[in-house]
Ligand binder design. Structure first.
Ligand code: URA
Length: 297
């Protein structure tokens, strides 16, 4: 049975409240609702999108009272090199969990930093915000201070800024700043909003530079600041609010870069060729010709 509750904005979708409590995923919660296994104030609720006030409404799942969601926790860690950015490691290497207060509520890292990378790692127990930080649609920027072998030429800088093609596709344009030269090496600052595996190292490799050190200094609205290496701290209210704002920020559709267009074209051509065998451009054109009315009969 559906419910029409007309109450103010403390209300949240029922499936979200169930997922937040940690007993199951949002999708599974929807299934349970459809099966009539979720009740609100004693009545089964099967209508998706029904909103409830978790503080006032009495919610039961499979006959059991739903426990309130644990409070959100947001931590920032300055990960040193030589630690994996997961909470457990099958190879028994040091993990970021070793850097946290043992009593801190269960959190998980948002994204990854390589074993030999340093810097800002966000940890939280809020899955929704973690997902927004990682989803390409939200364009969350990450800034890295990178020590490279050699000096970055203007041509290489331009390539990074325009977007270049890696084996898993074209990168979006990066912002690049030359910071300083140190004898035969140099430091640069690179800002990207994608988060592919070893992306910075691979982008620099594509312009013939080896990465010697890599440190993340910014993650979306967060700044590493002067948090000492190996330390962690809770985010301030201002920082937490800035993260929550990400969920409501308008996300612009990504404009294809030159490299992106080329990669998309190559990808779609490859797909066509592998699916249908090699075709002439004439045959491909016929495929996209608008259908005449009689053809659809
Ligand atoms: N890019 C990399 O190559 N490594 C990291 O740790 C982060 C971004």
């Amino acid at each position: 049975m559906g419910m029409m509750l007309s109450r103010p904005p403390t209300e949240v979708r029922l499936q979200k409240v169930i997922a937040r409590s940690g007993i199951t995923s949002r999708r599974q919660a929807e299934l349970l609702m459809k099966q009539g296994r979720v009740t609100v104030n004693g009545k089964a609720v099967t209508v998706m999108g029904t909103c409830v006030d978790p503080k006032r409404d009495h919610i039961k799942v499979n006959g059991r009272h739903l426990k309130p969601a644990p409070p959100d926790v947001f931590l920032m860690v300055n990960k040193p090199a030589g630690y994996v950015s997961t909470m457990k490691d099958p190879e028994h290497r040091p993990t970021v969990a070793d850097l946290l207060d043992k009593k801190s509520v269960r959190t998980f890292p948002v994204g990854r930093l390589d074993y030999d990378s340093e810097g800002l790692l966000l940890l939280t127990n809020n899955g929704e915000i973690a997902q927004a930080c990682l989803h390409p649609r939200f364009h969350v920027e990450k800034t890295y201070l990178v020590k490279i072998k050699g000096h970055l030429s203007e041509e290489a800088l331009k390539k990074l800024e325009q977007g270049l093609t890696l084996e898993d596709g074209a990168t979006a344009p990066a912002r690049v700043r030359k910071v300083r030269k140190v004898a035969v090496n140099s430091w640069i600052e690179l800002t990207i909003h994608e988060g592919r595996n070893h992306q910075v190292k691979r982008m620099l490799q594509a312009v013939d530079h080896l990465v010697l050190k890599l440190k993340r200094t910014k993650f979306g609205p967060l700044n590493l600041g002067n948090l000492p290496l190996g330390n962690s701290r809770h985010l301030t209210d201002r920082e937490t609010n800035a993260l929550r704002d990400l969920l409501h920020a308008p996300h612009e559709p990504q404009k294809p870069t030159q490299a992106n267009k080329k990669a998309l074209w190559a990808k779609s051509t490859k797909k066509r060729l592998t699916k249908h065998g090699a075709k002439t451009s004439q045959q491909n054109r016929v495929k996209h010709r608008p259908r005449r009315p009689e053809e659809s009969l």
